[in-house]
Design a protein around this ligand. Structure first.
Ligand SMILES: [Zn+2]
Length: 260
């Protein structure tokens, strides 16, 4: 694989509405399916980059719709999660996966330390440094922040159908997660998973623990089944219901964390 030159980088992060008035900061790490020059298709047929293994189908459009509806800042990962998964601690096996669902990723086999470091500098560090600087500035300005990460999941994973329309994932303190979960469950036609189809795990997740919980922000991760995000109307409907759920007052005192 040819090493990319320093001038070839695609910005790994895009933002919307950084000056937005909302307390909510949206993060969509898996919005994009691009690869920087020099990486080809990581040895995969190009069609694999249209699948959920490469990005969260519909999640970017949903996050954009939410950002506009809420007047909320939003940060998007532009590059495929197969290159570096922005929602993993850098360097864990799933951060540059050799296997995703049942698909082998030839371009991730036997990565040496130099290539790992190149990807960290190209993708992981700029994305998370930019988000951290943005949040630092909000803290310094005394702004209240809630962090909401928006993802989508595949209806069938390794041959098993998933029953949920959406999942709400959270770790302690749970006030925000429970509020969002209860709000979505109030719609009788929706099957909403609690910490499904995944759970937040500090060893396998990044944005919620590091940019949310560790800063003292109410933080929640929402996963919407990707076949429910197939049209602009469907996306608008999910944006409407999530905008409602994410902005409800919390049952316990919301922590307002301002860094010294
Ligand atoms: Zn995701």
């Amino acid at each position: 694989m040819a090493a990319p030159g320093a001038g070839d980088a695609i910005a790994p992060v895009e933002s919307l509405n950084e000056g937005g008035s909302s307390d909510i900061v949206l993060v969509c790490e898996h919005a994009g399916n691009r690869l920087p020059p020099g990486y080809g298709t990581l040895g995969l047929p190009a069609a694999e980059f249209e699948r959920h293994i490469a990005y969260d189908i519909g999640a970017g459009a949903l996050t954009e719709a939410l950002s506009r509806r809420l007047d909320a800042p939003a940060f998007f990962g532009t590059l495929s999660r197969l290159l570096v998964d922005l929602n993993r601690p850098f360097g864990v096996p799933s951060s540059m996966p050799v296997l995703s669902e049942a698909t082998e990723i030839p371009g991730n086999r036997d990565l040496d330390a130099e290539e790992r470091e190149r990807r960290r500098r190209l993708v992981f560090a700029p994305f998370h440094d930019r988000l951290a600087r943005f949040l630092d500035a909000r803290d310094a300005a005394g702004r209240r922040t809630r962090l909401a990460a928006i993802h989508s999941f595949t209806p069938v994973f390794l041959g098993r159908s998933r029953p949920w329309h959406a999942g709400v994932l959270f770790e302690p303190p749970e006030a925000y997660g429970r509020t969002v979960l209860d709000a979505l469950r109030a719609e009788p036609d929706l099957e909403i998973g609690e910490n499904e189809p995944y759970r937040i795990d500090r060893d396998e997740d990044y944005a919620i623990p590091v940019h949310g919980t560790d800063r003292g922000y109410p933080a929640v991760l929402v996963e919407v089944r990707n076949d429910l995000l197939g049209s602009p109307d469907a996306i608008a409907r999910w944006a409407e219901r999530l905008a409602h759920a994410l902005t409800l007052p919390l049952t316990t005192d919301e922590v307002s964390h301002v860094r010294a």
